[in-house]
Each structure stands twice: as C-alpha cells, then as structure tokens.
Design a protein around this ligand. Structure first.
Ligand code: C2E
Ligand code: MG
Ligand code: MG
Ligand code: MG
Length: 292
C-alpha cells in the first residue's frame, strides 16, 4: 500500500483501484449510519419436514433496507461488517430482534409457533468475549427459553480458538442449540464435529444443486449424492439432525428424502420472508388446523 502513496502522503488512485477502496470506506461508514438508523431487517425462512412439510423452525436472515438502494442482501455487507468489527453490534441487533419476534410468535400462536428460531453467527461474534452474555441477555429480556434458540455457525468460524470452543460449550450447557452451517464446505468437518457441541448439521446448498440428476457421472450429480449420503449417515451416527439447504425443486426434495434427509429448507419449500408475512402464514396454518 505504501507504494501507492504520493509524495504528499495521500493515496494515488489507479484506474480500477479507486472504486473498491472508496467503496470499502464508504460501506463501513454507511453500515455505522444504518445501524444507528435501524435499517436492518430480519427475514425468516421456514425449515420444514420433507415428508409432511410441517414447519419445524425458522432461520433468521438479515437484510439491509437501504434508503436508496432498496433491500440489500447479506453477501453485500456482511464481509465489510466483519472487517470493520461492526458485525458484533449488527449480530447483537439481529439476535435481539430474533428473540423478540420469536417471543411474540409464542405469545400469539402457542404450540403453533415455530419450534425454534436460528440466527446466523459470524466467527467474529464468537470471538467477542461478551457473546455468551449477549445471548443470555437477549433471551432473558424477551422471556425466551434457551431451547427455542439455534445458533447457526459455519465450520470455518468455529474452528479457531480454545475460547470459542469454550463459549460454544457454555451455550450448549445453557440449552441453546448449535447448528453447523454450510456443512461439507469447510476444511475439517470430522474432527470439528467431535470438539463442537452441535446438534444440527446443515448440508450446504452446493451439494443439493443437481443432486436430482443421476447421470452416472461421478464428477457431477453422483458425487453430490455421495457427499449428501455420507453427511446424513454421519449425522445419524452422532445423533445430530441433518437439514438440507437450498432445495429448489421437488426432484431435489425427493432425492434428499431417499438419501435419508427428513428436514429441508429452500425456495421450493418456502423463501425467506419478512416477519409480517411469516405471521400471516402462521395464522393461516392455525386456522387450517382448526377447520380440519
Ligand atoms: P446461510 O446461513 O447458508 O443462509 C442460507 C442462504 O441461502 C440465504 O441467503 C437464503 O436466502 C438462501 N437460500 C435459501 N433457500 C435457497 C434456495 O432454494 N436457493 C437459493 N439459491 N438460495 C437459497 P441470504 O439470506 O442471502 O444469506 C446469505 C448468507 O449470509 C447466509 O448463508 C449467512 O451465512 C449470511 N447471513 C445472513 N444473515 C446473517 C446474519 O444475521 N449474521 C451473519 N453473521 N451472517 C448472516
Ligand atoms: Mg445459516
Ligand atoms: Mg447455510
Ligand atoms: Mg449455505
């Protein structure tokens, strides 16, 4: 970076370089402003039983309701939030909102509320020494029982650090469920699973894409089937629940059921939606049950 500095000490931009550098700094400032302005929204995506399509839980996914750019996806701002450290505060905001919403659903729908709600947690949050206390406070402040909360953690973020493993064990002891997200894409799935007190593994979408195509090509669909089968067998052996993510059509849902998956998530089953839409869905499901 020093090479790029001019004699006056300011950065000399070269074509093609200025934009990402500016974008980075602006994004950090924008995220700070957006947090203060309360522009982040939590969407909820159902996790359902593949056989009966029954709602088991919901995953909580953050969105940025930007004043001019519209709804911004997490891929566009989570990396910057991680680099700037703002992810700790953003994650706390998402966690608190998720607990608040779940408590409201339980109050309104009782046994017809989702069983569990699962926000995503970044590695940076896990490394924050206040994380376990934040979780405890979010649960207590909304009167939510710890067994209603799933924390989705990716393999890579969980891998590093003895304190992180200690924090995960503390959460597990509190009764919080831990899910290993994007399973199969990390480096050390098997050894990690032993050290990590997870009760759910989420098969990454990359193994679900094309899983329905059985064309005898071991480099394509068949290899994915082999991975998907290995993951569900591993889950069964370790008494974990396996959830298949990113199911986009009925053929994939069927293929995954045949491989032994009982839980799934994906646009074909239900897309992520705002809390109000999820509430309407819960109300409709309840009146359907009453009418039957
Ligand atoms: P993830 O946790 O693996 O979440 C699943 C992603 O797949 C979501 O993308 C969801 O909208 C998308 N998805 C679900 N079903 C389908 C499908 O059938 N087809 C396709 N193509 N996509 C599907 P989203 O909401 O854009 O989130 C992307 C990632 O951003 C998440 O991946 C998660 O790693 C991260 N993320 C989201 N919210 C948060 C958050 O609050 N905190 C942190 N740290 N990370 C978050
Ligand atoms: Mg997730
Ligand atoms: Mg995932
Ligand atoms: Mg994934």
């Amino acid at each position: 970076a020093a090479k790029q500095r001019g004699k006056a000490g300011h950065v000399r931009y070269e074509p093609g370089m200025a934009e990402p550098v500016l974008a980075h700094f602006q994004l950090g400032a924008e995220l700070r402003r957006a947090l203060d302005a309360g522009e982040f929204r939590v969407f909820y995506q159902p996790v359902v039983g593949l056989a009966d399509r029954r709602l088991i839980g919901v995953e909580a996914l953050v969105r940025w309701q930007h004043p001019t750019r519209g709804m911004v996806a997490p891929a566009e701002f989570i990396p910057a939030a991680e680099r700037t450290g703002l992810i700790v505060e953003l994650g706390r905001t998402v966690l608190r909102e998720t607990c608040r919403q779940m408590a409201a659903w339980i109050a309104e729908f009782g046994p017809d509320a989702p069983v569990k709600v699962g926000p995503n947690v970044s590695g940076r949050q896990l490394h924050d020494p206040g994380f376990v206390a934040d979780v405890r406070a979010a649960l207590a402040d909304h009167g939510l029982s710890s067994d209603r909360l799933v924390l989705e953690v990716t393999e890579s973020s969980a891998l590093r650090g003895r304190q992180v493993i200690a924090a995960l064990h503390e959460l597990d002891a509190m009764g919080v469920t831990l899910a290993l997200d994007d399973f199969g894409t990390g480096e050390s799935s098997l050894s990690l699973l032993r050290a990590f007190p997870a009760s759910i593994v989420k098969l990454d979408k990359s193994f679900v894409d094309g899983i329905e195509i059985d064309d005898g090509d071991p480099a394509a669909g068949d290899a994915r089937q082999a991975v998907a089968r290995a993951v569900v067998q591993l889950a069964r052996a370790l008494r974990l629940d396996a959830v298949a993510e990113g199911i986009e059509n009925e053929a994939q849902a069927r293929a995954l059921r045949e491989l032994g998956y009982s839980l799934g998530q994906g646009f074909h089953l239900a897309p992520p939606m705002p809390a109000e839409k999820m509430t309407r869905l819960l109300a409709a499901a309840r009146s359907a049950v009453r009418a039957a």
